[in-house]
Design a binder for this molecule. Structure first.
Ligand SMILES: C[S@@+](CC[C@H](N)C(=O)[O-])C[C@H]1O[C@@H](n2cnc3c(N)ncnc32)[C@H](O)[C@@H]1O
Length: 276
C-alpha cells in the first residue's frame, strides 16, 4: 500500500479490517495470548504438528503458536496488507521457517484434504458470507484425528439496535446478534463434536484506557508518510472504531471451543458434564 497516495476519502471508505493492516495493529483473537495458550494445551500442539490459522490478519496467533509450541503454521487471509505485515513479523522473530503466510479464502481453501492437525478459526467465521461453506472446508482440510479450535464472540447482554447497526457498518458485515447456544449449535450440528468448551466475558475498559492505546498506535513512524489530511481522518476514524468496540465488548463474552471431527462409528457421549 502506497501511503503517500492515500487520501482522506480512501481512508473513510476502509473497513476496520483494512485499517488494521494500515496501522499495523496487533489484532488478537478473543482472549489473546491466554486463548492461544489454552489451544496449545488442549490440542496437544508441539513440534511437527501442522496448524492452519484462518483470517490471520497481522499474524499474532500464528506467530504465538509457532513460538509457544514450535509447530508448523500457515496463516491465511484475504487482506494482502495485513499478510505483508505478518510475513515481516515472522522474519523479524526469525521463525519464518515454521510460520508462513499466504493469501487464501476461508470458504474455498487451496489445501488438499486432511492436511492439518489443527484448524484455528478464532472469531473469523462470524465475518464470512457463507459460514456453512467455510465449516465444510475446515472439515475437509483437517486430519481425522485433528481438532478445530474456534473462539466465537457472542452477546451476554442484549445490545441496542443502534449499537448493532454501528458495529455492522464498522466491520462492513451485517450482524445478527448471536448468543452462545447459536454458536455451539452451529459448530456441533453435523461435522464436529465438542471436546472442550470454556466460557469468558470481556472486561469493562475505561474510555481513557482505549484513548491511551489509540495514542500509541497512531504515533507509529510509518504513518508519518500520510498526508496531513489523510492522517487527521485516520486519527478520527480509528478512535471512533476503538471506542465503539469498547462499548460493544462490554455486552459480550466468548467461548474457547475445541471440537473434534464427528465419528459416526463411536456412540455419542451420553452422560456429559460441565466444569463447576
Ligand atoms: C478480526 S480479524 C482477525 C481475527 C483473529 N485472527 C481471530 O482469531 O479472531 C478477521 C480477519 O479475517 C479476514 N477475512 C475476512 N474474510 C475472509 C475470508 N473469506 N478468508 C480469509 N480471511 C478472511 C479479514 O481480512 C481479517 O484480517
Amino acid at each position: 500500500m502506497n501511503l503517500q497516495k492515500l487520501t482522506s476519502a480512501d481512508i473513510k471508505k476502509m473497513s476496520y479490517n483494512e485499517i488494521i493492516g494500515l496501522v499495523r495493529e496487533t489484532n488478537r483473537t478473543p482472549g489473546g495470548s491466554k486463548s492461544v495458550a489454552y489451544i496449545t494445551q488442549f490440542c496437544g500442539l508441539k513440534k511437527g504438528k501442522k496448524v492452519l490459522d484462518i483470517g490471520t490478519s497481522t499474524g499474532i496467533t500464528a506467530l504465538e503458536l509457532g513460538q509457544f509450541a514450535g509447530c508448523d503454521v500457515i496463516g491465511i487471509d484475504i487482506n494482502e496488507t495485513s499478510l505483508a505485515e505478518a510475513t515481516q513479523r515472522a522474519k523479524d522473530l526469525k521463525i519464518n521457517n515454521i510460520v508462513k503466510f499466504q493469501k487464501d479464502d476461508a470458504m474455498n481453501l487451496s489445501f488438499p484434504d486432511k492436511s492439518f492437525d489443527v484448524i484455528f478459526c478464532g472469531n473469523v467465521t462470524s465475518l464470512l458470507a457463507d459460514r456453512n461453506k467455510a465449516l465444510k472446508e475446515y472439515n475437509r482440510v483437517l486430519k481425522d484425528t485433528g481438532f478445530l479450535a474456534a473462539i466465537p464472540m457472542y452477546y451476554i447482554k442484549r445490545p441496542s439496535r443502534k449499537l448493532v447497526s454501528d458495529v455492522s457498518a464498522a466491520i462492513q458485515v451485517n450482524i445478527k446478534p448471536q448468543y452462545k447456544e447459536d454458536w455451539v449449535t452451529f459448530f456441533t450440528k453435523d461435522l464436529f463434536e465438542p471436546f472442550v468448551i470454556k466460557d469468558f466475558k470481556f472486561d469493562k475498559l475505561s474510555k481513557k484506557k482505549v484513548d491511551d492505546f489509540c495514542n500509541i498506535i497512531l504515533a507509529r513512524p510509518h504513518l508519518k508518510k500520510l498526508s496531513s489530511d489523510a492522517k487527521k481522518t485516520l486519527d478520527v476514524v480509528y478512535r471512533e472504531y476503538m471506542q465503539l468496540f469498547r462499548i460493544n465488548l462490554a455486552h459480550m463474552g466468548f467461548s474457547i471451543l475445541v471440537l473434534k471431527k464427528a465419528n459416526k462409528n463411536i456412540d455419542p457421549e451420553l452422560f456429559t458434564s460441565t466444569e463447576v
